[in-house]
Design a protein around this ligand. Sequence first.
Ligand SMILES: [Zn+2]
Length: 145
Amino acid sequence: MRRQYRVSKLMRSQTMLSAAKAQIAAGRKVILTYGVREDGRCSCKREGCASPGKHPLPKFFPNGVHSATDDIEAVQKALRRHPDANLAIALEGLTVVDVDGDEGRKAVKRLDLPDTVKVFTGRGYHLYYEGEISDVRSRVKNSTF
Ligand SMILES: [Zn+2]
């Protein structure tokens, strides 16, 4: 099993630029997505947006994660235009376990994965690990769920 993913205080900064700088300093590439307005709607302003606050700014990141960058000036430029943007990181070199619902929680508990960063989601949480996915994949295959 790979080691836990470490998150610094700066990575958790509510200031997107500081958080982006910290992620880039840790070797990550980042993208910015549309933000979520106070009324809960996506800042893309598309009626019925299916992915509020989660899809990339197309002008700056036209190929989504494939446009991820470690160029902080490009991030600053995008943030000047979209100050309410959300920050996302490219997952290259990381493994993220997506745990949904009670079934998922029970199944992951049986895997006895090492403690790591846990990010809560609508239905469960994500576990972040440094390293390739093969280690986790083989453990999931060999589990009993
Ligand atoms: Zn949207």
